[in-house]
Design a protein around this ligand. Sequence first.
Ligand code: 0X9
Ligand code: ZN
Length: 348
Amino acid sequence: MVYLRNSSRRLERKIDRENQYMNMMRSQRDGEAWYTIYRTYDEVQDKLEEIASSNSIATLINLGSSYENRSIRGIKFSTGGNNKPAVFFNGCQHAREWVTVMATTYLADQLSQNYTSDNFIQNLLNIVDVYIVPIVNPDGYVYSHTTDRYWRKNRQPNPGSSYVGTDLNRNWDADWNGGQSTSTSPSSDIYVGAYPFSAYEANVLKNYMQSIPNLLGHLDIHSYSALVLGPWGYTNIQTPDHAEVVSLGNAMNNAITNTNGYPFTFGTGDANGSLYLASGTMPDWSYDGLGALGYTYELRPNSASGGGFELPESQILDACEENYNGAMEMIIWAADIQAGCTDPSACN
Ligand code: 0X9
Ligand code: ZN
């Protein structure tokens, strides 16, 4: 009898432990489940609030309002202090590039979770301030969910025209309207706008980014083509920082490619013909106007036949992981340049 009672208690304890383990696994899966389908603007706002409220160094930031008065929000990770090296990551200048919203939200989510569990991430975030804004074109994003899946521009009317919208990634003051993949016609998907920063959202972003004192790096996340693109975007001429642009670009490209074995290509300009040159883009402005190294990512897929702007939902998580590893390289690089610090895990 005694033996039976003991063994049934042991069995109960074993079952309890198994249940605990299963609950833990389930909650991890639930966390990842968010990234198995595309999410709306409202769902992303809820997720950002959840991230900010669950992490002591994460703050919900509101950069300003879109033309239709939606908030352009994000997460700032900072342990405080002045003039720390900073990096800025954004998704969704182009409304239809939905995977960029998932990937940037995932980046914030993972940094937040890993901060509490991973010493290396904790050390990095003690050194570098990280800004993440998943949806910089909220009106276009909502419109691509409700009305036109392939909408690209913002939703600002153009005086004298019935055509709506400016291509945000042609409205920046770096070779603005320079003729590389640009149009002065409001009917065009690559309409440059009336003047640099005429688009509400580009203007809000410019003001916010200018207010960050020590911005070293910027990633403007797009899809699709599986590319990492360094400055310049408007010309094949090399920047004065070419060696560093290439070194960080290759590091990010390798980290992305090695994540799941899905090959990305790095290049500057038109990346040896892999893409095209473009005038008035955001990363060229963050380089030219702010002195930050500004890159474009073009996430999965690498071709139209792989889904184009509609990357299959079964691949969202893979794309998120790839983007996370690429962005980590930029954070590590920013920590490394901190004077006198070559080992981010050793300095504070
Ligand atoms: O055209 C764009 O704005 C970007 N491509 S997308 O398909 N996402 O629209 C690429 C712009 C950056 N181009 C270069 N750096 N060459
Ligand atoms: Zn794009």
